[in-house]
Design a protein around this ligand. Structure first.
Ligand SMILES: [Zn+2]
Length: 333
């Protein structure tokens, strides 16, 4: 017998919802919750089974656009006076929580939007494209559609990826949990992958003229990265300066500036820009810092040694935030 899963922990709850979506076997799910293959013989079995059934009721389903449903088909088990109290005290119910149910959370509450998002994005990430092909697009949220787009992209189905993401970006952009500047960057990047550079350029320039849910300097930063990827340093310089004017404290802006100085062998200025990028990272989240350090450390060493950026470096141009809005780490790819 191991450690039962603590569904009060949002990460564990998200993992449980993910497992529920992958199975229809309530008993297996209950054993997973109990972390005990023999849980059926234990005193809390009916509770584990109840929670497993509740999770199956709520699990996101591809056939329904990955909506987290709340069907409530499962009823909480009745507790006899002489049963062991489900609170885990080991006492009989009548000597413990009888008539005090209000004090104890027996019920599994509905998952918060963040929990749903984590469980759903992990599930979509693991879905084979054939399953995603059957998802009714009209029922899927913007979050689901962007995750589907990223998954298609991961499977090399670039056209579907671009079509889905274009649709979301052309919509109302109302989802407060989506990082719009990240998805704008991906969209431009995928258009370049598809050898549609002109479309990518037009897309970013239109966004710059009429930004929605992003700021102008963020779009200017994407344009700078876009032109760096294309080897157009003249335009890249213009846009990185525009981005810098809009936000002189953003580390990615300094990193991009460093790259451009690096290309023209302004070693000291390039090193200074990279160092500034590193300094400005201090207030950022850990995962973003790690990502940024990966980018900057090698470039900085090269600038100090008067070496050009290596060819692989081009791939690492930050066209957006690294990790997106996910709580989990699964989806950083
Ligand atoms: Zn109790």
């Amino acid at each position: 017998m191991g450690t039962p899963k603590d569904l009060n922990n949002p990460d564990v709850y998200a993992e449980a919802l993910y497992h529920a979506a992958m199975t229809d076997d309530a008993k297996a799910l209950a054993c997973w919750l109990a972390d005990d293959p023999e849980a059926e013989a234990g005193p809390f079995w009916k509770w584990y089974l109840h929670f497993a059934e509740r999770l199956l009721d709520m699990a996101p389903d591809p056939e329904h656009g990955f909506v987290v449903r709340d069907r409530r088909t499962s009823q909480p088990p009745r507790i006899g006076r002489n049963d062991i109290c489900p609170c885990g005290s080991g006492k009989k119910y009548k000597q413990c929580h009888l008539n005090q149910e209000g004090n104890v959370a027996w019920k599994l509450g509905s998952p918060t939007p963040a929990i749903r998002a984590v469980a759903t994005s992990r599930l979509i990430h693991d879905c084979p494209p054939q399953v995603l092909d059957r998802v009714p697009r009209g029922k899927a949220s913007d979050m689901v559609l962007t995750e589907m787009a990223a998954t298609y992209h991961g499977h090399g189905r670039l056209d579907e990826a671009i079509t889905l993401l274009s649709g979301v970006l052309a919509g109302n952009r109302e989802d407060p949990y989506l990082l719009w500047d990240y998805w704008i960057a991906r969209h431009a990047e995928w258009l370049v992958d598809a050898e549609r550079e002109k479309d990518g350029e037009k897309f970013l320039l239109d966004e710059y003229d009429q930004p929605r849910k992003v700021t102008r300097w963020q779009v200017a930063q994407k344009l700078a990265a876009f032109y760096i990827d294309l080897g157009d340093t003249e335009n890249a310089n213009i846009w990185v300066d525009t981005a810098m004017e809009g936000n002189p404290e953003n580390p990615f802006n300094h990193y991009l500036k460093g790259m451009l100085l690096h290309y023209v062998e302004s070693w000291d200025e390039a090193a200074a820009a990279y160092e500034r990028a590193e300094q400005l990272m201090t207030g950022f989240r850990e995962e973003e810092k790690r990502y940024m350090n990966e980018l900057v450390t090698d470039s900085l060493a090269r600038a100090k040694n008067h070496q050009p950026l290596d060819d692989g470096q081009e791939e690492a141009t930050p066209t957006g935030n690294p990790a997106g809005a996910e709580l989990g780490q699964d989806q950083a790819s």
